[in-house]
Write a protein of this length. Structure first.
Lengths: 181, 131
């Protein structure tokens, strides 16, 4: 009886591993833009975001180590980390969600999809829904998307002195070249 | 009176210059910065796996030198055994990439940016190979 149980469990594990297709990147590009006209640009780029897509379910998980956001201005980067995000306490920003109605088979050239999930920054979760573009490539899937978010949603207080130099709504752009694992 | 005005103007110029210099200072250059920690890839990985909060307090945003066996290398990322992934400041040339792939062991210097819990690796950026 035990033998049957062990064999069944082993069989189940093997099939579930082979059925789940993972695509991932650790060089995902995230950039955000919060510049106010006539003031100095407020923008940063992250070239090392991790994204994992389970193609069998459409589940998407993204993680960006906040220290990886690079600003042109070193002082601005320091303020971002020390005063706004407090990255020593909250070193990660993440997203968990799903690409709705994702079907790997039907993905031919470019396809528009909807992604829903939760964005977590400074350990605060906020639901988010956005459109994305998926494209099949030789090595995997390219995902491009953008969304807007607000620092206030995550408990980020912008001091009065600089409030008019940073937009209330931050625009984020995403490009992930997901490679088949 | 003239002397007073001169001192005030000089004071403003000095403060202005200091402020300007502060706002426009250079990013830290990892190549010339003091190395805060020298570790093996295993030590670093274990530190984050055992107590992430403590490891973050110790290593986050510090310049570290980590040595270990190369498990993967591309032009832009070098990975070391036990789960270290370092993003290079400058991409490797094809020749450098080949040389790196054939090296058993390497020492990298870079900045620790934290622990990637999705792929379970410690991440470095602004990294380069220490000759």
């Amino acid at each position: 009886m035990w033998k049957t149980a062990i064999v069944s469990v082993a069989f189940f594990m093997v099939t579930s591993i082979t059925l789940s297709q993972k695509y991932y990147t650790k060089e995902g590009e995230l950039s955000f833009e919060a510049s106010v006209k006539a003031f100095e640009p407020v923008a940063a780029v992250h070239n090392g975001a991790t994204a994992v897509l389970d193609a069998s379910t459409g589940k998407l998980a993204v993680l960006a180590l906040v220290r990886g956001f690079r600003f042109r201005n070193a002082t601005m980067e320091e303020h971002f980390n020390e005063n706004y995000i407090e990255s020593d306490t909250y070193p990660k920003a993440s997203f968990t969600g799903i690409i709705e109605d994702f079907d790997l088979e039907s993905l031919s050239d470019t396809q528009e999809v909807t992604i829903t999930g939760n964005l977590t920054i400074r350990e605060k979760d906020r639901p988010i829904t956005t459109q994305a573009s998926l494209k099949k490539t030789d090595t995997g899937i390219t995902l491009t998307s953008s969304f807007d978010t607000s620092p206030a949603d995550f408990g980020i207080e912008i001091p009065k002195i600089v409030r008019n130099k940073i937009t209330d709504v931050i625009h984020v752009e995403i490009t992930f070249l997901l490679i088949k694992r | 009176m003239k002397r007073k005005i001169l001192i005030i103007v000089l004071g403003i110029v000095v403060l202005g210059s200091v402020g300007y210099a502060y706002i426009n200072r250079e990013h830290r250059d990892i190549a010339t910065a003091t190395v805060a920690h020298t570790v093996t890839s295993q030590e670093l990985a274990v530190a984050f796996q055992n107590n992430e909060e403590q490891a973050v307090a110790t290593y986050l945003n510090t310049v570290i030198e980590v040595s270990g066996a190369i498990t993967a290398a591309s032009a832009s990322v070098i990975e070391l055994s036990s789960g270290i992934s370092a993003q290079l400041q400058e991409p490797l040339t094809e020749a450098q990439e080949d040389k790196t792939k054939n090296s058993p062991q390497v020492t990298l210097r870079g900045r620790c940016i934290g622990y990637d819990s999705l792929l379970e690796e410690v991440r470095l950026d602004q990294a380069f190979i220490v000759e």
